[in-house]
Design a binder for this molecule. Structure first.
Ligand code: GDP
Length: 409
């Protein structure tokens, strides 16, 4: 009976925020609540657990330097993620290879914590010869999958850190007539590994008709070269009309034309994030000026979870399937398992652990030696008639390990 009351109280707590009256009479349930079995609370339970655990998201930015990547990231998350950035001069950039730099920041909004990691790729596309300049980037993405695969197959799977890249914002120059060869090569090299969201950088350099034309051209080229950029999921048919309209607009706006700014300016008596020119102000968050708000909504408010799901269910799953396939084909070839993942050196145990391992090893050897001695005695029927205490104390009477030889009495 008691357990029923406890369960009812739990259901009541999870079903709705408690009123003052309920707090003073915690055992009393409203009539309509008594009709519940309780699984209607499952979403609440998931919600509580997720909020408690916090969220993480890894965003990669790529594109030629100077296209406004860092400015856009700062504008998106309203933080200064590039405080320590050192800008290279032309001479240094000639010799620079593509680097991977991670910036991590913990942000909190209304009690919800987000561990945001930005993976920057300075040096990409800056060299005179850009052959295979995407290689360090694809390698980095693969390494994160590999680490995750290794952790997932390991002993402690409870606190796996997910460093897989969930989305890559790829910046396209507004000054060209569409995609450059390096853009095509980059996206083709990465499209099976990460969700690519192409962006037209510095959209304030183009007038609306130029933006329309460039978007069309990029869409055509993406189709022509068979590039698979991130596809927004289909909108559910039971969604309301407003949501469906927003979803349509979002899909039609891709590739998003964006503007970034680290400064706040005054426009029509309001302080807004924007760029101040002699002829006027370009507002970052004004939807008539650019697609920044659409990008932010998509990335943070509406599709962050889907980006993570696609990373896990499609890109990581592909990697995992490939790994397992390689392992099994090796197994059938060599008739022995050879992991395609390089084996990490095991952590060296400390002296205390080493001592313990040694003791345990000795114990095991003693037990094995005693067992074989007993078997031998038994086979010679020398135990017949022996008092039971003698048999039980045999391990103590055993000669030291090492002096046991097969068949020696
Ligand atoms: P990154 O090297 O790609 O990270 O580029 P930065 O964010 O450092 O920006 C390079 C320069 O472009 C800076 O002077 C920025 O102020 C400027 N910039 C950034 N975003 C925009 C933009 O949307 N429009 C224009 N016109 N300039 C921008």
């Amino acid at each position: 009976m008691d357990s029923i009351i406890i369960q009812e109280r739990l259901v009541e707590r999870l079903l709705s925020p408690r009123t003052q009256a309920q707090r003073s009479h915690p055992g009393k349930l409203k009539d309509h609540e008594k009709q519940y079995v309780g699984f209607a609370t499952l979403p609440n339970q998931v919600h509580r657990k997720s909020v408690k655990k916090g969220f993480d998201f890894t965003l990669m930015v790529a594109g030629e330097s100077g296209l406004g990547k860092s400015t856009l990231v700062n504008s998106l998350f309203l933080t200064d993620l590039y405080k320590d950035r050192k800008l290279l001069n032309a001479e240094e950039r000639i010799n620079q290879t593509v680097e991977i730099i991670k910036h991590t920041v913990d942000i909190e909004e209304k009690g919800v914590k987000l561990k945001l990691t930005i993976v920057d790729t300075p040096g990409f596309g800056d060299a005179v010869n850009n052959t295979e300049c995407w290689k360090p980037i694809t390698d980095y993405i693969d390494q994160q999958f590999e680490q995750y695969f290794r952790d997932e197959s390991g002993l402690n799977r409870k606190n796996i850190q997910d460093n897989r890249v969930h989305c890559c914002l790829y910046f396209i120059s507004p000054f060209g007539h569409g995609l450059r060869p390096v853009d095509v090569e980059f996206m083709k090299a990465l499209h099976e590994k990460v969700n690519i969201v192409p962006l037209i950088a510095k959209a304030d350099c183009l007038i609306p008709s130029e933006i329309r034309k460039l978007k069309e051209r990029i869409r055509e080229e993406i189709d022509k070269f068979g590039i698979k950029v991130y596809q927004f999921p289909e909108c559910d048919s039971d969604e309301d009309e407003e949501f469906k309209q927003q979803d349509r607009e979002l899909k039609e706006s891709a590739p998003f034309a964006v503007i970034g700014s680290n400064t706040v300016v005054e426009a029509k008596g309001q302080r807004v994030r924007g760029r101040l020119y002699p002829w006027g102000i370009v507002e970052v968050e004004n939807q008539a000026h650019c697609d920044f708000v659409k990008l932010r909504n998509m990335l943070i408010r509406t599709h962050m979870h889907d980006l993570k799901d696609v990373t896990c269910d499609v890109h990581y799953e592909n990697y995992r399937a490939q790994c397992i396939q390689q392992m099994t084909s090796k197994l059938t070839q060599d008739n022995r398992i050879e992991s395609p993942i390089p084996i990490l050196p095991l952590p060296t145990p400390d002296t205390e652990t080493e001592k313990l391992i040694k003791m345990k090893d000795e114990e095991v050897s003693t037990i094995c030696a005693c067992a074989s001695w007993m078997l031998e005695l038994e086979s010679r029927e020398s135990l017949q008639g022996c008092p039971i205490e003698v048999v039980l104390r045999l391990p103590l009477l055993c000669p030291p390990v090492g002096s046991w030889g097969g068949g020696q009495g």
